[in-house]
Design a protein around this ligand. Structure first.
Ligand SMILES: Cc1ncc(COP(=O)(O)O)c(C=O)c1O
Length: 384
């Protein structure tokens, strides 16, 4: 049987045809007028997605590059940072900071939980001498399908002077972000998620307090040096050869984002997530995260007893052509994750849910065929 492919992982996400076509153009000079016009328009529009007046620094890099860039440009060896981790990507921030010799304190929460804001508030109140220089946070923890209420988390930081740094790699563009209004100093993201273009661009929004910290920072930096990027930005250029094709793609994906509207995009993601949750619950499966904190861009589902999540993934992929994500680190084999991020629609939900029903039945899990589909249909019909 023809095995048409469906990519339903939380990044890289499917790239719309419009974006693919926009990238399929001859190369241009990255030091020429045409590029400068293109890059200027992209940077100006990105500010509207971050909701910021901060500088938008573009790095040819994975999201992890943007994480590293954020850290090396803000701190010096020995600086104390508080990493608030709710999963694999929060832990990664701690690993990067540790590798640069920062004094890392971790405030961790169990997989599936969001940040308990009062615990963070208590820790900061105890920091009488204001030793903590940075608070590193994750907006949407992709590994567990949990979204932190970043607005509230920043609020409980109160007047503490630490820099607030937010990983919005799997959030920005799909989950609302008000960088300036909420008082965040650095927000970073990657291209391969809600921005709907292929992997390869890391973006760091670097605010005024971040620049003040940069002036004091002595961590070694060359490729990631924010000042070099800013200097080139003044000419609408990049210090090193940029991924020109991706920037053509980003121009088109931003067009699509503004045509749909950021608010509508956020609502679409919420609706898709609601339908997926209703469907998997109707199939008797358990969600990893409590629904009050569950992500609108990825749903983490516990494998039923006696079935490995890996077998579910394998069957979906090999028999139906659907790729969903697995669990990472301690959750490997225990959960699978359905991505509904970026270029995702109602029809995608039915593809994955109906095939999940057949997969479960084939693997010997008692399911009521059609129950998941029906639950999703009800969610969508109610929303119409
Ligand atoms: C929340 C979050 N942070 C950081 C990253 C790292 O991005 P990359 O894999 O592009 O390095 C990811 C990737 O999935 C992510 O979801």
């Amino acid at each position: 049987m023809l095995n048409k492919k469906y990519l339903m992982v939380p990044g890289p996400t499917p790239v719309p045809e419009r974006v693919l076509n926009a990238m399929n153009v001859p190369m241009i000079n990255h030091r020429g007028v045409a590029y400068e016009g293109l890059f200027k328009s992209v940077v100006q529009d990105l500010k509207k997605v971050f909701n910021t007046q901060a500088d938008i620094l573009l790095y040819p890099a994975a999201g992890t590059g943007a994480m590293e860039a954020s850290i090396v440009n803000l701190f010096s060896a020995g600086d104390k940072v508080l990493v608030v981790s709710i999963g694999v990507f929060g832990d990664r921030l701690a690993e990067i900071a540790t590798s640069y010799g920062l004094d890392v304190e971790k405030l961790s929460f169990e997989p599936g939980q969001a940040i308990a804001a009062e615990k963070l508030a208590m820790r900061l109140q105890a920091d009488i001498n204001k030793e903590i220089k940075g608070i590193l946070l994750t907006h949407n923890e992709t590994s567990t399908g949990v979204t932190n209420d970043i607005e509230n988390v920043i609020k409980v930081c109160g007047q503490h002077p630490a820099l607030k740094v937010v990983d919005a790699v799997s959030a920005l563009g799909a989950i609302p972000m008000q960088m300036d209004k909420w008082g965040i100093d650095v927000v970073f993201t990657g291209s391969q998620k809600a921005l709907m273009i292929p992997p390869g661009i890391g973006l760091v929004a670097f605010g005024a307090r971040a620049w003040a910290a940069y002036a004091q920072s002595t961590l070694p930096k060359y490729y990631w040096d924010a000042q070099k990027v800013k200097k080139s930005l003044e000419k609408w250029q990049n210090p090193y050869t940029p991924p020109v094709s991706l920037i053509f793609g980003l121009r088109e994906s931003l067009n699509m984002i503004f045509e749909e509207g950021l608010e509508n995009i956020a609502k679409r993601h919420e609706l898709l997530a609601k339908a997926v949750r209703a469907a998997v619950k109707a199939l008797g499966l358990e969600l990893l995260a409590d629904e009050s904190v569950s992500s609108s861009v990825v749903t983490a589902i516990k494998a039923p007893a006696n079935v490995s999540a890996k077998d579910i993934q394998k069957h979906l992929r090999e028999v139906y052509g659907i790729t969903v994500a697995g669990g990472q680190k301690t959750l490997e084999g225990k959960i699978f994750r359905i991505g509904h991020l970026g270029y995702a629609s109602m029809a995608d939900v039915f593809v994955v849910i109906s095939m999940l029903e057949m997969t479960l039945q084939t693997l010997g899990v008692a399911v009521n065929l059609g129950a998941g589909v029906k639950a999703a249909q009800e969610v969508f019909l109610q929303a119409q």
